[in-house]
Design a protein around this ligand. Structure first.
Ligand SMILES: [Zn+2]
Ligand SMILES: [Zn+2]
Length: 335
C-alpha cells in the first residue's frame, strides 16, 4: 500500500512530501486512513533529534484519528470500517510481564509510532491492533487526536496517584498538555490551581475551570499555597525551582512530572521525608486506560482547544507551535 506523507529528511528540516510503500500487511497489523493528526511537542523533538533516536527520513505524527481500511488475518478487537485512534505507541509484544499485566505502554519490546517508522502526517499509517483504540460513539473526531498522546499522558497520572475528587491539585504549565490536565482534574471534581508564567493566558485558564492562576515566576505567590496541594502535575520540560513546588504539597502529597526535563532534577531529601511526600513520573498510559479516558471525555465533553490546519500546511502549523502561538493544541486535517 502506497502512503503519501510529509517527512523531514534531516535534522531540523522543514517537512517535504514523501511517498513510501508499506509492503504486505502483517497478520496482527491494521492500516488506518488518517483523518486528523495532532502535533505534539515530541514530534518537534523527533524532527530535531533531541533524543538522539531519530532515523531520517521521518514522517512525524502520533495523535492519529482515522478509519481502519485493512487488517491482517489475526487481528482482534477492530474491523475494517471502525473509527480508531493511534497514539505514541504502535505495537507492543503482547507476551512480556507488562503486556500480560495490561501495562502495554511499559513493554520494553514495544514500538513507537515515529521511532524507526513512519507516523501520521500522512494519508495512511500502520500499527498493531492492540494500539488501534476504538473510538466511542459520539466523539468529536476533529478534536480527539491530541487525546491519544497528550491526553493520556496527563490522564494516567490522575489514576496512578489516586487523585480524589476532594483533592486540591496543581498543574504546572498550561500549554498543550497542561490545559488538558486542567480540564480532566476539574471534571474529576478537584479544585485546580494553575501555575503559569504567561499573563496573556490567565483569562483562558480561568475559563477552563482553574480556581486560581499562580504566577510561577513569583516566589511570594508560590509561598501563598505552602502545604496546600495533594497533587502537582508538571507538564513543562524546563528546570524549575522544584523545592518550592514540593513545599506547596500537603503532607503525603505527590509531585508527578510528565514533562521530559532533560537536566537532572535536584530534589532535597528533607522536603520528601518530613511530609512523606513523593516524586514520580510516567509516559503515556495503557490501551485500556486510553479507551476509558476517551469514554470519560465523551461523557463530560472534554476536548483540547484545537487550532486546525490542512495537512499540506504542516510546516506553517509546526512554526505556529514552535513560536508558542498555539492555543492550545494544533491538529492537521487530511482532505
Ligand atoms: Zn506525543
Ligand atoms: Zn510486551
Amino acid at each position: 500500500m502506497k502512503v503519501n506523507g510529509y517527512a523531514a529528511t534531516e535534522q531540523k528540516a522543514r517537512l517535504t512530501p514523501y511517498s513510501y510503500d508499506l509492503g504486505a500487511i502483517g497478520s496482527e497489523q491494521v492500516d488506518i486512513k488518517v483523518f486528523y493528526c495532532g502535533i505534539c511537542h515530541s514530534d518537534l523533538s523527533m524532527i530535531n533529534n533531541d533524543w538522539g533516536m531519530t532515523q531520517y527520513p521521518i514522517v512525524p505524527g502520533h495523535e492519529i484519528i482515522g478509519e481502519v481500511i485493512a487488517i491482517g488475518n489475526a487481528v482482534k478487537n477492530v474491523r475494517v470500517g471502525d473509527k480508531v485512534g493511534l497514539g505514541w505507541m504502535s505495537a507492543s509484544c503482547m507476551s512480556c510481564e507488562q503486556c500480560m499485566d495490561g501495562e502495554h505502554h511499559l513493554c520494553s519490546k514495544g514500538e513507537a509510532t515515529i521511532v524507526g517508522r513512519n507516523g501520521g502526517f500522512a494519508d495512511k499509517v500502520r500499527g498493531h491492533w492492540s494500539w488501534a483504540i476504538p473510538l466511542p460513539e459520539g466523539i468529536d473526531m476533529s478534536k480527539a487526536g491530541p487525546l491519544l498522546c497528550g491526553g493520556i499522558t496527563v490522564f494516567n497520572p490522575i489514576i496512578l496517584a489516586g487523585v480524589k475528587p476532594t483533592d486540591k491539585v496543581g498543574v504546572i504549565g498550561i500549554g498543550g498538555l497542561g490545559h488538558m490536565a486542567l480540564k480532566f482534574l476539574k471534571h474529576w471534581g478537584c479544585e485546580v490551581i494553575a501555575f503559569s508564567s504567561n499573563p496573556n493566558k490567565k483569562k483562558a485558564i480561568l475559563n477552563m475551570g482553574a480556581s486560581q492562576v499562580i504566577d510561577s515566576t513569583s516566589p511570594e505567590e508560590l509561598e501563598s499555597i505552602t502545604g496546600k496541594l495533594n497533587f502537582i502535575l508538571n507538564t513543562t520540560n524546563v528546570s524549575l525551582d522544584w523545592n518550592s513546588y514540593l513545599t506547596a504539597l500537603a503532607p503525603k502529597g505527590r509531585f508527578h512530572t510528565v514533562g521530559a526535563v532533560l537536566e537532572p532534577m535536584a530534589i532535597p531529601a528533607f522536603s520528601l521525608i518530613m511530609g512523606e511526600k513523593s516524586v514520580g513520573g510516567s509516559p503515556i498510559g495503557s490501551p485500556a486506560l486510553t479507551k476509558t479516558m476517551l469514554e470519560f471525555c465523551v461523557r463530560h465533553k472534554i476536548y483540547p482547544d484545537v487550532e486546525e490546519f490542512p495537512m499540506e500546511k504542516v510546516n506553517e502549523a509546526i512554526e505556529h507551535l514552535e513560536n508558542g502561538k498555539a492555543r492550545f493544541r494544533v491538529v492537521l486535517k487530511n482532505k
